[in-house]
Design a protein around this ligand. Structure first.
Ligand SMILES: [Fe+2]
Length: 145
């Protein structure tokens, strides 16, 4: 169960970092297609945000404490911080790559959950993987030159 708990913490921190970056890009994106980018990113960050709480609660269900500080998230997350304001297209490309990384981490957690017979958690993770595949489709399609 320990590996699963640790992997879930990596997922929580990475999902939170991805959420924050998406919201950051929603605020700061610029260019002639601003309305489309701004509103697409709104939908994206809202979906990710809604999932954050569930990751924390699943960790508590596994009888561990959920990390909830920026320093812990920085240590645990696989998503790199973006301190600059990239162009709109570069933002989308970066989110596409981050989302792919996230899918890999969610898959690792799912494999561990299945091994531990944590059926509800595996269901939750599979739903999230599916949703992130949908995000991959959209990010890929927007980012196609
Ligand atoms: Fe907004």
């Amino acid at each position: 169960m320990n590996d699963l708990t640790e992997q879930m913490k990596v997922c929580l921190a990475s999902v939170f970092a991805f959420y924050l970056k998406t919201h950051n890009f929603h605020w700061n994106v610029e260019g002639p297609n601003f309305p489309q980018y701004h509103s697409f990113l709104d939908g994206l960050y809202n979906d990710i945000w809604e999932s954050v709480d569930k990751f924390g609660e699943q960790i508590r269900t596994l009888n561990s404490y959920a990390p909830g500080s920026l320093s812990r998230f920085t240590t645990l997350s696989v998503i790199d911080d973006q301190l600059n304001i990239p162009s709109a297209l570069k933002m989308i490309k970066e989110l596409e790559m981050d989302n792919k990384k996230l899918i890999e981490e969610l898959k690792k957690a799912n494999t561990l959950a299945e091994k531990s017979n944590a059926v509800g958690l595996a269901n939750f993770l599979q739903d999230r993987i599916d949703t992130h595949y949908k995000h991959d489709w959209m990010l890929r399609s927007i980012g196609k030159a």
